[in-house]
Design a protein around this ligand. Structure first.
Ligand SMILES: NC(=O)C1=CN([C@@H]2O[C@H](COP(=O)(O)OP(=O)(O)OC[C@H]3O[C@@H](n4cnc5c(N)ncnc54)[C@H](OP(=O)(O)O)[C@@H]3O)[C@@H](O)[C@H]2O)C=CC1
Ligand SMILES: O=C(CO)COP(=O)(O)O
Length: 349
């Protein structure tokens, strides 16, 4: 029976522990709170993050990292991305043999612009890691923990490792595909949170479904533009970790990014919103990282830029929307410039 250590006892780490426990794996769930570990072990609940959910009794929780890592073959990292480096440093000093690293966190690190798999490779020496895999897709913890049908993608440059993770998680409620495009999967999963903030913001401003559809479609175009510049495969953005996750995050009541954007659109400040949410809103930090990375790579990301100005420069959300709508006219399809004729469709007007 594989033994898996899940690091991060928030909503997603706990929900993924349910899937693994349902598959009869030995699951140790680590969180930094001793009270939360006690609650999971004694009451089989995690009321703060998954209210109303009864957890499988086989999940063993602890706040002792050394104990959590003992005898583990696979480490599943599900902490917010801002905590990722520190936790990896702690893992490194407690690890005695190589393990498979899987992560299910969604974000890009500001200043370094690194994806989570790259942070893992930077912090964990090669002799202590067998492979690095990401699990990503349209999957709200609230639905996964109540065993509602969900599909995700397992991705790694090592396809054997991606298939190993597919087998660990796959069951009749939780269907796992594989995709070798690690860059595309991580970029799609991280950057959709920016667009979800924007979708929530336009709803908060009182705009309707047309604005939401516009943001989702043009948002996906700019995510793919940056992703392809970084080496991702375009079709990945049409898949579960791209379009799929964009749809769920821009349309679900469960999305923290959408809810945060909605409150900002209604006039609340970012610190007020974060205080009220009490849960991680990855899109805010990722907006900063994507804005910096797009400037560096000279990739046009107008929605991300607008969001950056609202979140970090005090621009009013209405002004950001006006600016986006008032941009110079453009072709929708990327490889045509205005004035050029499409050879497949060169009718005179
Ligand atoms: N929720 C979801 O449906 C999904 C989430 N994700 C991703 O999973 C990741 C984790 O999110 P999620 O579980 O939802 O977050 P939550 O806000 O639900 O929980 C955050 C967890 O991280 C812990 N934490 C916060 N800061 C630190 C730190 N510095 N060191 C160690 N632990 C820390 C919190 O502990 P404490 O309670 O003590 O503060 C809590 O257990 C994010 O990257 C998110 O994008 C991906 C797919 C779905
Ligand atoms: O990534 C998610 C669903 O796939 C969760 O999104 P939120 O962090 O916006 O809740």
């Amino acid at each position: 029976m594989p033994s898996i250590t899940v690091l991060g006892a928030g909503s997603w780490g706990t929900a993924l522990s349910v899937v693994l426990a349902d598959n009869n794996h030995q699951v140790t769930l680590w969180g930094r709170s001793a009270d939360s570990a006690r609650e999971i072990n004694e009451n089989h609940t995690n009321v703060k993050y998954l209210p109303g959910v009864l957890l499988p009794e086989t999940i063993q929780a602890t706040n002792d990292l050394q104990e959590a890592l003992k005898g583990s073959d696979t480490i599943l990292l599900v902490v917010p991305t801002k905590a990722m480096r520190d936790i990896l440093k702690d893992i490194k000093s407690n690890l005695e043999r190589p393990v498979t690293f899987v992560h299910a966190s969604k974000g890009i690190e500001p200043e370094t612009y690194l994806r989570v798999s790259e942070i893992i490779e930077e912090e964990i020496p090669e002799n202590l890691r067998k492979a690095v895999v990401v699990l990503s897709g349209p999957s709200h913890a609230e639905e996964v923990s109540t065993r509602q049908p969900t599909t995700v993608t397992s991705s790694s440059v090592n396809m054997k490792a991606a298939e190993f993770v597919q087998d660990l998680f796959m069951n009749t409620n939780f269907r796992v595909y594989t995709n070798p495009d690690l860059i595309g999967v991580e970029i799609g999963g991280s950057l959709k949170n920016i667009i979800a903030l924007g979708a929530g913001m336009t709803s908060g401003l009182g705009y309707g479904d047309n604005a939401k559809a516009a943001l989702m479609t043009r948002g996906l175009a700019e995510i793919a533009r940056l992703g392809m510049k970084l080496g991702a495969k375009p079709m990945t953005f049409a898949g579960l970790s791209g379009l799929g996750d964009l749809i769920v995050t821009c349309t679900s009541v469960h999305s923290r990014n959408w809810r945060a954007g909605n409150m900002i659109g209604k006039g609340r400040t970012v610190p007020e919103v974060l205080e009220e949410m009490g849960m991680v809103v990855e899109g805010i930090r990722t907006t900063k990282a994507a804005y910096q990375l797009a400037s560096l790579e000279k990739v046009d990301m107008p929605i991300t830029s607008g969001l950056y100005d609202v979140l970090f420069n005090g621009k009013e959300p209405e002004a950001a929307v006006e600016e986006l709508m008032g941009r110079v006219k453009k072709h929708e399809v990327e490889d045509l410039k205005l004035g050029e004729t499409d050879p497949l469709n060169d009718m005179e007007p």
